[in-house]
Design a protein around this ligand. Structure first.
Ligand SMILES: [Mn+2]
Length: 232
């Protein structure tokens, strides 16, 4: 979808959450977005971390208190595929889905989602294009217009396979999906990756797109700013 950012006071992009409800709570408590702001989450809300259900609950709540746009990650896509019978449950369960099932107190990957959570998954966007940015979960094709990007690439391609060259539009691309295991945001100018490995002991990152200010929150309740300075 296309969206103009100029009407918002602040625009926040949030990296891969993966069930880390406490980090998400700390982040939202810090930025306190309201009706004049926009929050864009880059996908992979579920799997691996211990509270996928709580993360979706919190994002649904957020959609009532600020302007929120959610992008679909490969993990949400896998769960949808399983629920639609297009994919067997086992590969998803082995890829972090078992933790999601657990957070719902379910034992089988069937009929376990509340209706509102199923709607949440279905309504997620492939990507968001703005005046200056293109936001999606994983990657992009620099040879194609942003309106004609293949969904497979947007959701699955890792940056360690190949980092795409700058898009001819000159827009900066904001993604998640490829984890920086050292917890540092990858910023190459034309592409910024905000997946900083929160569930694995790194950070949940948020960037305010107009100022490029960056903050990070851990699943243990710590936070730090762009200089890596720990603040209480
Ligand atoms: Mn991903």
């Amino acid at each position: 979808m296309y969206l103009e950012l100029k009407k918002y006071r602040s625009v926040y992009a949030i990296g891969d959450i993966h069930g880390c409800r406490r980090a998400l709570d700390g982040l939202l408590e810090y930025i306190k977005p309201d009706q004049s702001d926009l929050v864009i989450t880059l996908g992979d809300y579920i799997d691996r971390g211990d509270d996928s259900r709580g993360v979706i609950d919190r994002l649904l709540e957020l959609s009532h208190t600020t302007n929120w746009l959610g992008i679909r990650g490969n993990h949400e896509q896998m769960l949808l595929n399983v629920l639609e019978g297009a994919m067997k449950a086992k590969p998803w369960l082995d890829y972090g889905g078992a933790a999601t099932l657990n957070s719902y107190g379910a034992s089988k990957a069937k009929d376990f989602l509340p209706e509102s959570h199923l709607e949440f998954l279905v309504e997620l966007e492939d990507s968001v294009e703005t005046e200056d940015f293109f936001l999606t979960h994983a990657c992009y094709d620099p040879a194609a217009p942003f309106s004609e990007q293949p969904a497979e690439l947007l959701r699955w391609r890792h940056l360690y396979e190949e980092i795409p060259v700058a898009h001819p539009s000159g827009k900066t691309v904001i993604v998640g999906h490829t984890p920086s295991r050292d917890g540092e945001v990858l910023d190459l100018g034309h592409i910024v990756c905000l997946d900083t490995y929160c569930h694995g002991g790194g950070w949940l990152s948020v960037m305010e797109l107009k100022s490029r200010a960056l903050w990070q929150f851990s699943k243990w309740g710590k936070k730090r700013n762009t200089n890596g300075f720990l603040v209480s």
